[in-house]
Write a protein that binds this ligand. Sequence first.
Ligand code: CA
Length: 244
Amino acid sequence: MHALLVEDDDRMAHALGTALAQRGHTVRRVGRALDALRHVHEAEFVLLDLGLPDLDGLELLRRLRTVCDAPLIVVTARCEERDIVQGLRAGADDYVVKPFRMAELMARVDSVRRRSAVRSGPTGPSGPTSGGDRIVRSGDVTVDLARRTVTVADSEVRLTRREFDVVAFLAERPDEVHAREEILDRIWGDAFLGVSRSLDVHVAGVRAKTGRPWLVRTVRGFGYQLGAPPAGTGPPGAPAGGPR
Ligand code: CA
């Protein structure tokens, strides 16, 4: 499989690159966040160092996760519990603290790849569906994760960047309910700042602009999920009589 190795330390990159190549993976190694964002679309899995010269690794992780859902393991010297929790909440599949045993890291690579293969299996026939081309549909709403567009009944809706981030985050795993803290952490970068109200404001914006209030389903006291249109009813604004 093709690995993206994001690591600015040459010796560490060489050791990791060699171990991955020995296991039959092809590797692109980059040392800067900018290059990671440029090449992540090729990657089938990602190893990410958090201490990079041009951007904080957690911020890079959040940005990678808006465009890529390949398995990702953080490999870092940061070992504080708060760093680990934030890394996992920001979308890492696993977290390995340096120094580590190479055999253990390679076993973890195999493990997250297996889990991700299960996760991307077929979804049920009802509710939102996710295609392999990163297009997610629910009712007459289409979310194009790669092009960052939302269309409702074939017309594009103009969302703000944050509003789209919220929709995209829910659309990436349409069958899961996401905790408020998880969404805040991933999109705003910290669930503990006074940004909690921002999430409600952005959800309200998405519902109003799309005219599809069901698109973001509230799970009281917990969080949000990508919603499906109410059964047996046509979408608001549909021709009289609704779909047959
Ligand atoms: Ca580093």
